[in-house]
Design a protein around this ligand. Structure first.
Ligand code: GLU
Length: 258
């Protein structure tokens, strides 16, 4: 099987417990196991991980997520170190090391900075035992804190790095056929994401919250940049390696170059 460049995006909603806003160590362990399996299969893996804010709640004695942005930034500053500590110790069990990259959207736009980010990412990937974990640098930038939970960041990283596949792991099993009937499951393949977004914007309730629209916009950006996308449930981390081989419950968006 050919080695692929894979970006995995872990949103806050799948890193935390279902009943509380705090990080769930069991869930994180399962996600890291999936990363390790992909690495063992010879793939290159980059993780785009949220969870900094969530990881800062307990140390700073918050029982729920606050709404003001400066406090969210403060929580992220504390939580990011806890998050990385968790990745570091879980990856070490698989003989892997975490590399932390904190970036802003400007880092991809600025002509001086962007080649440097690219060069260090490529250099890191030469070390097969390293897994880069990228997050927005929330203490200096607030775009993802306010709008995206790293959806946009993940598509940018995927295009920038020339990824083959971007997998957005979320709390839904994919893009549902009918939000009101989740038992009908997700649409297996979407060839025209532009049409789906158009429909979603016209009829927001058809796809639920803006959360899925934010994901679809990220998918749109990535597929037009030549990256295949998959939206799947992060609550079933065991199916992640199979997704790369065409199996599993998910929605697939083939790459296009329009
Ligand atoms: N970068 C943020 C984090 O890692 C985004 C997610 C959020 O708003 O909670 O926590």
């Amino acid at each position: 099987m050919a080695s692929k460049r894979i970006v995995l995006k872990f949103g806050s909603g799948i890193l935390t417990r279902k009943d509380a806003p705090e990080p769930d160590p069991v869930q994180l362990r399962k996600l890291v196991e999936a990363v390790a399996l992909l690495k063992r299969a010879g793939h290159s893996v980059v993780v785009v991980s949220s969870g900094a804010v969530a990881s800062g709640l307990k140390p700073l004695d918050f029982s729920q997520r606050p709404s003001d942005v400066t406090t969210l930034q403060a929580l992220a500053a504390v939580g990011q170190t806890h998050l990385m500590h968790a990745y570091e110790s879980l990856l070490r069990d698989h003989g892997l090391h975490v590399a932390q990259l904190l970036v802003t959207h400007e880092d991809f736009e600025n002509a001086d900075r962007s080649p440097r980010v690219k060069a260090v990412l490529e250099r890191l990937m030469e070390f097969s035992q390293v897994v880069p974990v990228i997050n927005e640098n929330d203490s200096v930038a607030i775009e993802e804190l306010r709008y995206g939970d790293n959806d946009k960041l993940s598509s940018r990283v995927a295009r920038f790095w020339g990824a083959d596949v971007l997998i957005l792991l979320t709390s839904a099993p994919g893009l549902l056929r009918d939000m009101k009937k989740p038992e009908e499951g997700p649409i297996p393949i979407v060839e025209d994401v532009d049409a789906v977004i158009h429909h979603a914007e016209e009829e927001k309730s058809a796809l639920g919250t803006g959360g899925m629209i934010s994901k679809l916009r990220a998918v749109q950006d990535a597929v037009h940049g030549g990256v295949e996308c998959i939206i799947a449930s992060g609550r079933h981390a065991e199916q992640i390696p199979g997704l790369i081989d065409g199996h599993g419950i998910c929605t697939r968006f083939p790459a296009s170059r329009s």
